[in-house]
Design a binder for this molecule. Structure first.
Ligand SMILES: Cc1ncc(COP(=O)(O)O)c(C=O)c1O
Length: 546
C-alpha cells in the first residue's frame, strides 16, 4: 500500500517513511502523519535535530532525558572512539574493570545505604530486576504502583504501568499488580495494609502522567507506609534522575531515601544503551547466593560502561546542576510571562528542567504539540494526560538557547490560537471568533495600501495564514493574504513573490498576478490594536476562479 502523506516530502523522506510503515511500525507512522508530524531525523548536534529534508527542530523531548548531555556530545563520542578499538560488549559472566568502576560511581552518587548494582540495557529491564529483587527479599508477590505510572514495556515492568497497555497484550496481572492514584495517601495505605506487598514503585514525578508534582509530604509518607507494612520502596528515576531536577536524583528534592533506584536513558549518554537498578543490601540479597539470577547479554556492556561513567560524571557535576537551576529559573520566568496572554495555557509544572505545560484540555495539548512542531520545537504530549506537553530541555542548555525556546514557544501559542479551530474541525472558525475578528480588522486597514478601502472581504481560509477575497467597486476580485507572525521573514516573502513574477513572466506556469501597493512595494507590515503582533499583508494577488 502506498503511503499517502499529508505534507509534501522529498523522495528520500517518502521512501524512508514508506519502508518504516511497511516493516516497522505502521500504526505510529500513520498516527504521527495524521497529526501533521512527518519528521525523519538526519543530522543532530547539541540540542537540535535536522530532518532529512533539512528542517531544523529544537529537541525538547530528548527521548525522556537520553540526550540530557546533547546529541553526539563530543566528550562522550571521544570516550567511545577511544575505547572501541580495544573494548567491546565484553562477556557478561566475567568481572571487568569498566563494570566495577561504573558500579562504584553509581553507588557513590546515590543517597545513603546502597550496596548492589545490576546493570541492564534498558530501564524496563532494570524495573523487572527491581521487582524480582523485592519479591525475593520479602517473600511476597504483590507490587503497588501508580495507576498512571510508566515503568517500561517488558512483561513485569509493563504490568506495573497503566493497566490498559498490559491488558492489551493479555499481560496484566490484576491480583499481583495493584494500582493506586498519585498523591492519594489513604489509597496507598489501603493497598499496603494487608502486609503482603513486596514493592512500591514510584516515579518521583510521573512523566507519562504529565509531571504532576508530589503533594507536600506525600513521598516521605509513602516511604513511611512502606516501612510500617514491610514493603520496599523503589524510586524510578529514569526520567527524573541524573540532574534533571537540579538535584542528583529527583527523590533527593523530597527528602526520601529509597531502598532501590532505577536509572537509565541519560546514563547511556545517548550513545550506548545502559540502565541500572541500584539496591540496598536487603533488596540485593539474592545476588550473594545466586550469581545468575538475572542474566543479560548486553546489560552492563564494557563499552557502554565507559560511556556511562563519563555521562554520570558530566550529568552530576556541580556546575551542571547549577546550570540546570539557572536555566530552569530563566524558563520559568519566560513561561510565566507568556501564560496570562494565552488563556488555554493554564499551568506550569516544574522541578528544575522537568517541566509539564498544562493546557486547557486534550485538544489544546495535542494542538500545542503540533503548534510547537510547526514552530521548530519537538516536544510531546504526556501519554496518559494529553492536556500536558512534556517540556524537557537538556542539562547543558545556555541562555541563548532558552531565549530561542521561549520565542518559538510564543510563536507556537499564537499559531495555536489561529489554528485550533481548523485543527479540530478541519474548517474555518466562525466569523465571530476573536482571533479572526482581529485579523479581519487588520486586513480591512491593509486594503488602503492598495487603494481598495472599503472593499468587502470574504474569508477563504484561516490556517497558517489567513486569506480573504477582496472585491473592488469595479467587480475585480483579489486575494489578500495576512501572514502568520514569524512564519516567513520579509526576505522569504519577497523571494516567493519574485519567484511567482518570474514564472508568470517566463510563461512557465500560470501564477497569480502580483499587485504592488500604491507605494510600489510588494507587501506591507501592518499593525492593529486587536492583533497581538504585526502581520505582513501580502499583495492582493488577482485570483482567477470565482
Ligand atoms: C519513568 C520510566 N521508567 C522506565 C522506563 C523504561 O525505560 P526503557 O524505555 O529504557 O525501557 C521509562 C521509559 O520511558 C520511563 O519513563
Amino acid at each position: 500500500m502506498t503511503l499517502e502523506l499529508h505534507k509534501p516530502a522529498s523522495e528520500r523522506k517518502r521512501a524512508i517513511l514508506q519502508a518504516v510503515h511497511d516493516h516497522l511500525y505502521p500504526g505510529r507512522v500513520l498516527r504521527l502523519d495524521r497529526g501533521g508530524i512527518d519528521f525523519v531525523p538526519d543530522r543532530r548536534e547539541g540540542y537540535r535535530y535536522w530532518d532529512v529534508d533539512g528542517r531544523e527542530l529544537l529537541d525538547l523531548h530528548l527521548n525522556g532525558g537520553t540526550f540530557n548531555l546533547g546529541h553526539c556530545n563530543l566528550q562522550l563520542v571521544e570516550v567511545l572512539q577511544r575505547e572501541a578499538p580495544r573494548c567491546d560488549i565484553g562477556n557478561h559472566h566475567f568481572a571487568s574493570e569498566p563494570k566495577a568502576r561504573l558500579a562504584q560511581a553509581l553507588i557513590a552518587a546515590m543517597p545513603g545505604g546502597m550496596r548492589y548494582v545490576v546493570l541492564t540495557s534498558s530501564g524496563s529491564e532494570a524495573c523487572d530486576v527491581a521487582i524480582k529483587s523485592a519479591r525475593f527479599a520479602t517473600g511476597r508477590r504483590k507490587v503497588v504502583s501508580l495507576a498512571a505510572g510508566y515503568h517500561g514495556r517488558t512483561g513485569l515492568s509493563g504490568a506495573a504501568g497503566d493497566d490498559s497497555a498490559a491488558a492489551y497484550f493479555h499481560s496484566d496481572y490484576p491480583g499481583e499488580f495493584i494500582k493506586v492514584p498519585f498523591n492519594d495517601l489513604p489509597a496507598m495505605e489501603r493497598a499496603l495494609a494487608s502486609r503482603d506487598v513486596a514493592l512500591v514503585m514510584m516515579e518521583t514525578i510521573p512523566a507519562t502522567d504529565g509531571f504532576p508534582l508530589p503533594a507536600a509530604g506525600y513521598l516521605p509518607a509513602v516511604k513511611a507506609l512502606c516501612e510500617k507494612f514491610g514493603a520496599l520502596y523503589l524510586a524510578d528515576e529514569v526520567q527524573t534522575g541524573l540532574g534533571r531536577t537540579g538535584h542528583r536524583w529527583g527523590i533527593e528534592a523530597f527528602g526520601v531515601v529509597p531502598d532501590m533506584i532505577v536509572t537509565g536513558k541519560g546514563l547511556s549518554g545517548g550513545l550506548y544503551p545502559m540502565a541500572a537498578a541500584v539496591m540496598c543490601e536487603r533488596a540485593g540479597a539474592w545476588l550473594r547466593d545466586n550469581g545468575w539470577g538475572h542474566v543479560s547479554t548486553f546489560g552492563g556492556s564494557d563499552l557502554g560502561c565507559h560511556v556511562a561513567l563519563k555521562a554520570l560524571e558530566l550529568s552530576l557535576a556541580e556546575e551542571t546542576l547549577a546550570n540546570v537551576r539557572t536555566r530552569a529559573e530563566q524558563l520559568r520566568c519566560g513561561l510565566e510571562a507568556l501564560k496570562p496572554r494565552f488563556p488555554f495555557f493554564v499551568d506550569i509544572r516544574q522541578q528544575g528542567l522537568v517541566i509539564g505545560l498544562k493546557f486547557a484540555d486534550r485538544q489544546h495539548g495535542q494542538g500545542m504539540m503540533r503548534a510547537l512542531y510547526e514552530n521548530g520545537i519537538w516536544a510531546i504530549c504526556a501519554g496518559f494526560d494529553e492536556s500536558v506537553v512534556q517540556f524537557k530541555p537538556g542539562l547543558l542548555i545556555d541562555q541563548a538557547y532558552c531565549d530561542e525556546v521561549l520565542r518559538r514557544f510564543e510563536n507556537a501559542c499564537i499559531w495555536l490560537a489561529n489554528n485550533l479551530f481548523a485543527l479540530t474541525t478541519g474548517g474555518n472558525p466562525p466569523e465571530d471568533d476573536p482571533v479572526l475578528v482581529g485579523i479581519r480588522a487588520l486586513a480591512e486597514d491593509a486594503l488602503a495600501h492598495w487603494n481598495l478601502e472599503g472593499a468587502p472581504l470574504k474569508l477563504i481560509k484561516h490556517r497558517e495564514n489567513t486569506i480573504f477575497r477582496a472585491t473592488a467597486a469595479d467587480g475585480r476580485s483579489f486575494a489578500l493574504r495576512i501572514h502568520r507572525h514569524g512564519y516567513h521573514t520579509d526576505a522569504e516573502l519577497q523571494s516567493e513573490i519574485d519567484w511567482m513574477r518570474t514564472l508568470t513572466r517566463d510563461g512557465c506556469i500560470e501564477t497569480p498576478t502580483v499587485v504592488p501597493t500604491a507605494a510600489g512595494t510588494d507587501f506591507v507590515t501592518v499593525r492593529h490594536e486587536r492583533v497581538e503582533q504585526p502581520r505582513q499583508a501580502a499583495p492582493p494577488l488577482t485570483i482567477s476562479a470565482e
